[in-house]
Write a protein that binds this ligand. Structure first.
Ligand code: NAP
Ligand code: MG
Length: 401
């Protein structure tokens, strides 16, 4: 069989610990035997980030802007313990944060649905994708603990010196105040990323905020979404047969619980933080969650939603057997390969991505899976496989297809 040829390279961002081990296995067993894999390789493993003073992370994000599609392995975000473990020069920032800032992107998280791993919400037949606005609100707040009686005010001083003032509260006793902000640019980027992703995946887009109570702040989100939708997306949505709608966040929550799934739920920063954990745990497993960063200009970076699975890596280093689930990392590759295939007009590459996903799910549905899934599946007579054997079983299914 001839290997599938690629035109433009994928930006490949290698990572850390157990996911770095899986990364190589996936390439060796499931990709390079079938594809003439063309990638521009960036080693985002912590040791190399440290050697390059984190320049490699910036370079990989710049390359993603240039080529349009990247696939990323999970990476360590250093903390105090990692400083000693890796003898770091500095506590380097989260690579995901750095890449997100350079691409100005929005993260879409979607569960991978498979028979036998049933969501707690039984009417959720299709995945629910959460789009979280990743800038501002309480994540960039300033707060004051008010010690006692006094007046709290909200003050804006324009560049020309003009002052706008609102009284927040006339305190009689002690209390608390908080200042939050967002920018129209960031909200617009978020809205565009959501509309583009909805068109791309042919799914409806839902957006909820609390504009009845937050008459200026949340209302601004609602207005920006609506203005951009009317001006740039309405016709394309209608042509694609999909819908955008806004409602109050509490109404959206109620609708989500009763829905069948198969839509994108755009969330303000805090709502996205909370709701993505609720939705992902209700769908079954963090190891079955994909994540894609989409920039407002249509640049894509695919990855698994989980981390480097450190605990399994330490077992692996001791020579013990691991049973780490590679599904989300495989789907990061297939997402990137499919997108590359679509952009370059290589049908076989997009079809290969579909086949590899199907082979992965078929393998699980036939009862062959990693331990995390074996523990929660409703299927009977399942075999819990180790990390490498699970990938080899997928290879067998793929070859049979
Ligand atoms: P984690 O790697 O997501 O793992 C937490 C636990 O979840 C694991 O110990 C394991 O549970 C289970 N798990 C996660 N993924 C799994 C998989 N594929 N297969 C089987 N089980 C899986 O989170 P963490 O241990 O808190 O973080 C480790 C490192 O990852 C940290 O340095 C953090 O900075 C980094 N991180 C990176 C990203 C990213 O790059 N996007 C995201 C999050 C965290 P059991 O141990 O019970 O089996
Ligand atoms: Mg959270």
């Amino acid at each position: 069989m001839d290997k599938i040829k690629m035109i433009t390279p994928l930006v490949e961002m290698d990572g850390d610990e157990m996911t770095r081990i899986l990364w190589q296995m996936i390439k060796d067993e499931l990709l390079t035997p079938f594809i003439d894999l063309k990638t521009e390789y960036y080693d985002l493993g912590l040791a190399h980030r440290n050697e390059t003073n984190d320049q490699v992370t910036i370079d990989s994000a710049e390359a993603t802007k240039k080529y349009g599609v990247a696939v990323k392995c999970a990476t360590i975000t250093p903390n105090a313990a990692r400083m000693t473990e890796y003898n770091l020069k500095e506590m380097w920032k989260s690579p995901n944060g750095t890449i997100r800032a350079i691409l100005d992107g929005t993260v879409f998280r979607a569960p991978i649905k498979v028979k036998g791993i049933d969501p707690c919400v039984k009417n959720w037949e299709k995945p629910i994708t959460i789009a979280r606005h990743a800038y501002g609100d309480i994540y960039k707040n300033v707060e004051i603990k008010v010690p006692g009686a006094g007046k709290a005010e909200l003050v804006y001083t324009a560049e020309d010196g003009t002052v706008t003032k609102e009284t927040i509260h006339e305190f009689q006793t002690s209390g608390i105040i908080q200042g939050v902000h967002n920018t129209d640019d960031s909200i617009s980027s978020f809205a565009k990323a959501c509309f583009n992703y909805a068109l791309d995946t042919k799914q409806d887009l839902w957006f909820g905020a609390k504009d009845t109570i937050s008459k200026k702040y949340d209302h601004n989100f609602k207005d920006i979404f609506q203005e951009i939708y009317d001006a740039e997306y309405k016709e394309r949505f209608e042509a694609a047969g999909i819908e955008y709608f806004y409602s109050l966040i509490d109404d959206i929550v109620a609708r989500v619980m009763k829905a069948k799934g198969g839509f994108i739920w755009a969330c303000k920063n805090y709502d996205g933080d909370v709701m993505s954990d609720m939705v992902s745990s209700a769908f079954g497993s963090l190891a079955m969650m994909t994540s894609v960063l989409v920039s407002p200009t249509g640049v894509y970076e695919y990855e698994a939603a989980h981390g480097t699975v450190q605990r399994h890596y330490y077992k692996h280093l001791k020579g013990e057997e691991t049973s780490t689930n590679s599904v989300a990392t495989i789907f990061a590759w297939t997402g990137a390969l499919r997108k590359r295939g679509e952009l370059d007009g290589i049908t076989e590459l997009a079809e290969f991505a579909d086949k590899l996903e199907k082979a992965t799910l078929d393998t699980i549905e036939s009862g062959r899976m990693t331990k995390d899934l074996a523990l929660i599946t409703s299927l009977e007579n399942v075999t819990a496989l180790n990390s490498a054997d699970f990938i080899r079983e997928i290879r067998k299914t793929l070859e049979a297809m």
